[in-house]
Ligand binder design. Structure first.
Ligand SMILES: NC(=O)c1ccc[n+]([C@@H]2O[C@H](COP(=O)([O-])OP(=O)(O)OC[C@H]3O[C@@H](n4cnc5c(N)ncnc54)[C@H](O)[C@@H]3O)[C@@H](O)[C@H]2O)c1
Ligand SMILES: [Zn+2]
Length: 347
């Protein structure tokens, strides 16, 4: 088992390893005493892991209930949060009780948000079951739901009291979903460490790789807990990636779109003369290894209109994360008027 400490305002541990789910009860009992638990999960994850999670928590003598909601972004809403809050109230949950988020990033975001507002905030434990949620959303304390078709419009900063990641759960992920999570893993290599990228090219041990990503995320989160600057580095590939997701009407999974977006960011950096062309090959080699796409074939005009409509909400400047080389990135700020050129460079 790997253990990473996240020393933010209310610090917590991230435990990563094979077979950890059965130890959840034992681990939560260390911090939560004889609390009552509500496991929140979605309809895909429930048949796979809910019983095991219930059993593990009940093994300590705790009272444990389950709450299951339908999958997908369209259910990451205030309505789902309200249903959870009502369920907690109906079952007399108090401030000393605990929510457990069992699932991917959607379950984590919804559950964290519910935990942060129920009785002005109760503890929650995160049990990520997707690669994306393990390396990204379960660490950092951002919670949230969508509103009026816009992503993450309502949310809070609320830290989990424990994150427990059983890497065995990834074995049931559909291949594209696994690959999509690996795009975020490759992203950490591209931002922070060429050496980590080399490790990914070799035969690696998955729990070690997940732990290393959590450490990369920790390194920015502890310096920018409220996401006011440095965390932006983690957006490598995301500005272009969001446009790809949008144009394809979510045909591409998030990580697949980020993979394409990262290639675009490298192309831009090469054209601007801030990154040698040979660096792009290192990224492409890794994306290939994980079966990730490198281009979407959309036109410059499609990209431009998707990015312009995205920018309407956030002002006249555009921030792009660009590489200086594979393993080192910086934030490049330019005027929106430069966007057509930037997109030409990206293609
Ligand atoms: N809070 C943050 O900091 C943060 C960061 C990044 C992303 N996010 C959010 O995370 C969400 C995406 O997360 P995601 O990619 O994990 O999506 P997700 O939660 O939708 O999970 C992907 C799919 O896999 C299924 N699934 C989950 N675990 C499984 C398993 N072990 N076996 C089989 N199927 C399984 C889910 O039911 C779902 O259908 C987005 O809403 C995004 O906004 C949040
Ligand atoms: Zn992402």
């Amino acid at each position: 088992m790997r253990e990473v400490d996240i020393p933010v305002s209310s610090g917590y541990k991230v435990l990563i390893g094979s077979g950890l789910l059965s130890k959840l009860g034992q681990e939560t009992a260390k911090t939560a005493g004889n609390a009552k638990y509500c496991i929140v999960t979605d309809e895909n994850v429930a048949p796979l892991y809910l019983e095991k999670t219930l059993t593990s928590l009940r093994s300590t003598g705790a009272e444990v209930l389950g709450f299951v909601f339908p999958c997908g972004e369209k259910n990451k809403t205030t309505a789902t949060v309200l249903r959870i809050l009502e369920f907690l109230a109906d079952n007399h949950f108090t401030r000393s009780d605990v929510l457990v988020a069992l699932g991917g990033g959607i379950v984590g975001d919804v559950t964290g948000f519910a935990a942060s507002v129920y009785q002005r905030g109760i503890r929650f434990v995160s049990v990520p079951t997707t690669v994306l949620s393990a390396v990204d959303s379960s660490v950092g304390g951002k919670t949230g739901v969508n509103l009026g078709g816009l992503k993450n419009q309502v949310g809070t900063f609320w830290q989990p009291s424990l994150v427990l990641c059983d890497t065995d759960t990834f074995s049931t992920l559909p291949d594209e979903q696994f690959a999509s999570g690996m795009a975020e893993v490759v992203k950490y290599a591209a931002i922070f460490s060429e050496k980590f990228g080399e490790k990914l090219l070799a035969d690696f041990v998955l729990p070690d790789v997940i732990a290393e990503c959590v450490e990369f995320k920790r390194s920015v989160v502890v310096r920018d807990e409220r996401d006011t600057g440095l965390r932006q580095l983690l957006n490598l590939g995301h500005t272009f990636g969001h446009a790809v997701e949008k144009i394809s009407d979510n045909f591409y999974f998030h990580g697949q779109a980020v993979a394409i977006g990262m290639v675009m960011a490298f192309n831009v950096a090469v054209k601007l003369g801030v990154c040698p062309e040979s660096e792009t090959a290192k990224l492409v080699q890794l994306l290939r290894k994980f079966g990730l796409p490198r281009s979407a074939g959309f036109s410059r005009d499609e990209m431009l209109s998707a990015m312009q409509s995205d920018k309407k909400r956030s002002g006249a400047k555009i921030n792009l994360v660009l590489p200086r080389k594979f393993g080192e990135c910086f934030i490049y700020t330019t005027d929106m008027s430069a966007l057509p050129d930037i997109i030409s460079y990206a293609m």
